[in-house]
Design a protein around this ligand. Sequence first.
Ligand SMILES: Cc1cc2nc3c(=O)[nH]c(=O)nc-3n(C[C@H](O)[C@H](O)[C@H](O)COP(=O)(O)OP(=O)(O)OC[C@H]3O[C@@H](n4cnc5c(N)ncnc54)[C@H](O)[C@@H]3O)c2cc1C
Length: 130
Amino acid sequence: MVQRLEDMRAGRKTSTLNSSSIIPSLEAETGNLLDEVPELYIRASLEMLSALEGLLGEEIDGDTLLYGMDAKFYEPKICTSRYFETAIPDLFLIGDCSGETHSLSQAAASGILLGRHLALDLEKSNHSIL
Ligand SMILES: Cc1cc2nc3c(=O)[nH]c(=O)nc-3n(C[C@H](O)[C@H](O)[C@H](O)COP(=O)(O)OP(=O)(O)OC[C@H]3O[C@@H](n4cnc5c(N)ncnc54)[C@H](O)[C@@H]3O)c2cc1C
């Protein structure tokens, strides 16, 4: 998401960049970064820009574009079997902690895969499933 500095300072969303003097270099939706980024980071950015203005002795152009990035970090991969069992017997890693899945659907699917596998194991060993 991208927002003009002047809009951010005024607490309003940026709806278009058509009349902006700065041409965006990244593709992003216009909007209000406060809806996407924790308020603490917005406040810190504004304070940093104000301090910079103090240092430069002039105002930063209101058309300055501020981007909010959506970032994800992946867990390191832990060696597991195809049913997510670790080297420690009966210790399974499902979801992103395995380092294998990277999204909601993959994390959910890994749980279903293991659940089915364990249910089959139970059936095979003649245990009833409640
Ligand atoms: C910024 C961002 C944007 C994303 N956008 C998307 C998206 O658009 N689409 C998509 O599919 N995926 C998206 N993802 C990835 C997605 O959120 C994860 O892949 C998914 O949530 C992994 O599910 P999970 O159940 O493995 O882990 P999580 O959802 O992280 O669940 C783990 C849970 O364990 C809890 N927990 C941790 N430690 C302990 C402890 N010691 N005791 C008890 N509980 C504990 C945590 O509080 C958490 O509730 C995004 C991730 C991020 C960070």
